[in-house]
Design a protein around this ligand. Structure first.
Ligand SMILES: Nc1ncnc2c1ncn2[C@@H]1O[C@H](COP(=O)(O)OP(=O)(O)OP(=O)(O)O)[C@@H](O)[C@H]1O
Ligand SMILES: [Zn+2]
Length: 574
């Protein structure tokens, strides 16, 4: 058995995430973690909120709260939604933790000792009224190239030219609007990534061969364009402080590390938070430091995060000259769009995870999002597609099967699984088919191909319906009750098998299906090929109950009201 370390890209703290964030990072990681646990592997699934940086400070200011109070509340609010989605984190930490502060500072010291950090003076814009240095994107003004009057200090979004804040005409602070700005000289720490580029490339050559193209092509592109030295400190109040023992002057000036320096380190920090929560029983180091070859580390993220995970974080780890565990497999996603356009947090466009849960149970979203995950391309959420998929796959194919089988059997044979005849040719054929589909499903999950896995799962559900149509127990009962009992017993075994293998995708419904049967010791362990073929794990005589309706269909009226409430096709509306 392997030890699987799994992380999903850290959700940023400034607000509740949308369905794009969910399917691009946390949800697929959860499906994979659940699958591996069920197969008997040791799994550690780690995530956290990413709490530092200017947007967090600004969001706190807007909420009228001190930034630490704001982050604590926002963390709890996100955690509540993830609990609602049944994300099975072993730990959901906070990048503002003491653990992350200590480890981040350790990383910086080690990089410095090895000659990969340099102090450099840079010229930066200081706002007299805000009493702070302004990050480039918080300076706005008129673009010298196209005249657009809301260009940002790093880029003009109108003509897309890259800018320097001092290029802007009539520059002002995006925070206060004040134009009392001046350029001041200030010192920052630079990570000398250029010195590590060769090592990172060699590491990718040796380890990136099996990554999906999306991940490896982005990594290569960054290396080809040349790895630049990068400023890793900022003038903010909220962040991991530069350690005073190593950089007394910068520490006295209140410099903190840049959020992208400490965020990936929080994968380690959060693991230590997990260990510190149960001292003596949990060991974080064996996962991260001098980890042996039994540890396999898989990261989940969408494409914008790939450079940080495949190039910059590995460079940081390599530069410490310490045996930190590096990623083995990078599962990268494209975008989930909302009717072909971007989900937007700032414009509140699309569906947010809290609103989704208020509308419908988590399993509806989990199934749809994974079955339509943006793996090889961007994909779109539309309410029409969502309703069609819920109604057909979940309500008709799976839910209706469960309900039909259990209610008919209860009506004819009472509240125990009936015995009936011994399995015949139809059951042998069905067993072969199920074993084959199960092998396909497993192969796709092993290789993290979630859309294909969802297709195989759907095919498993459909096979039950075909079998039921073929045997037609509602007719069989009239001429051969023992034959009908066999059909129903076999179908009930399918329900139990569905409960076990659907668990990674739809955990709540899987629980409802599994607990319909009163089995003495049912640990929900994975199904073996022989068990799939035999379809006899639930023996005759097992008491069962009828679970409440698993999936309600989305009516045309509901569909129309969702489109109305959330906004549908922007082009159709225009
Ligand atoms: N539309 C999307 N589809 C898939 N993944 C996405 C999408 N938008 C963001 N992500 C991913 O979600 C994860 C968490 O992102 P984060 O909290 O930083 O939000 P973000 O990238 O700023 O998104 P947004 O700007 O839309 O709020 C990251 O891995 C990011 O790449
Ligand atoms: Zn411009």
């Amino acid at each position: 058995m392997a030890r699987h370390l799994i992380t999903s890209a850290l959700p940023y703290i400034n607000g509740i995430k949308h369905l794009g964030n969910m399917v691009g990072s946390m949800l697929p990681a959860d499906v994979y973690a659940r699958y591996l646990r069920q197969r008997g592997h040791e799994v550690l699934y780690i995530c956290a909120t990413d709490e530092h940086g200017t947007p967090a400070e600004l969001a706190a200011k807007e909420a009228g709260l001190p930034v630490d109070v704001f982050c604590a509340r926002a963390h709890d609010a996100q955690k509540a939604v993830y609990d609602g989605f049944e994300l099975s984190f072993d730990h959901f930490g906070r990048s503002s933790s003491a653990e992350n502060r200590d480890i981040t500072q350790e990383f910086a010291r080690a990089l410095n000792t090895n000659g990969f950090i340099e102090e450099r003076s840079i010229r930066q814009v200081y706002s007299l009224d805000d009493e702070r240095f302004l990050p480039d994107r918080y300076i706005v003004g008129t673009c010298p190239h196209c005249g657009y009057d809301k260009a940002r200090g790093d880029q003009c979004e109108n003509c897309t030219r890259v800018l320097d804040p001092t290029d802007l005409i009539e520059a002002r602070s995006a925070i206060s609007g004040s134009s009392r700005l001046e350029v001041r000289e200030t010192k920052h720490l630079f990570l000398l990534q250029s010195k590590l580029a060769g090592e990172v490339e060699a590491w990718i050559d040796a380890n990136g061969a099996e990554w999906p193209t999306l991940a490896s092509s982005i990594a290569r592109k960054w290396l080809t364009e040349g790895l630049q030295d990068r400023s890793i400190t900022r003038d903010l109040e909220w962040g991991v402080p530069v350690p005073a023992d190593t950089w007394p002057e910068l520490a006295a000036e209140g410099k903190v590390f840049y959020v992208w320096f400490d965020a990936p380190i929080e994968y380690i920090g959060s693991t230590k938070e997990w260990a510190d929560a149960d001292p003596g029983n949990r060991d974080w180091k064996s996962w991260w430091y001098e980890a042996d070859e039994t540890v396999r580390y898989t990261e989940f993220m969408a494409k914008d995060n790939v450079p940080f995970h495949t190039v910059m974080f590995p460079a940081t780890q390599l530069g410490t000259r310490e045996p930190w565990k590096k990623v083995d497999y990078v599962k990268a996603f494209n975008w989930l769009n909302y009717y072909g356009g971007k989900f937007s947090t700032s414009q509140r466009r699309g569906i947010f995870t809290d609103a989704a849960l208020e509308l419908l149970p988590a399993d509806y979203w989990r199934y749809f999002l994974m079955a339509n995950a943006p793996e090889s391309d961007d994909t779109s959420f539309t309410w029409e597609l969502f309703a069609a998929s819920v109604n057909k796959d979940l309500a008709d194919t799976l839910g209706n099967f469960v309900n039909r089988v259990l209610s008919f059997s209860r009506k004819r044979f009472g509240e125990q699984v009936p015995a009936g005849e011994a399995a015949g040719a139809a059951e042998v054929r069905l067993g072969e088919q199920i074993a084959g589909l199960l092998a396909e499903y497993e192969a796709h999950l092993e290789t993290l191909q979630f859309r294909k896995a969802a297709q195989a799962l759907r095919a498993l559900w459909s096979a039950g319906n075909s079998y039921l149509e073929e045997k037609a127990p509602w007719l069989e009962i009239k001429t051969n009750p023992e034959g009908a009992a066999l059909t129903l017993r076999t179908a009930m075994n399918l329900i139990h098998l569905y409960a076990v293998v659907s668990q990674p995708f739809i955990p709540a419904s899987a629980r409802a299906m599994r607990t319909a049967f009163e089995l003495p010791a049912d640990d929900a362990a994975w199904v073996t090929p022989d068990e799939a073929r035999a379809l006899a794990a639930v023996p005759a005589g097992t008491p069962f109950t009828l679970p409440p309706v698993l999936f309600a269909k989305i009516t045309d009226e509901e569909l129309a009201s969702y489109v109305e409430r959330f906004g549908g096709d922007p082009d159709a509306a225009a």
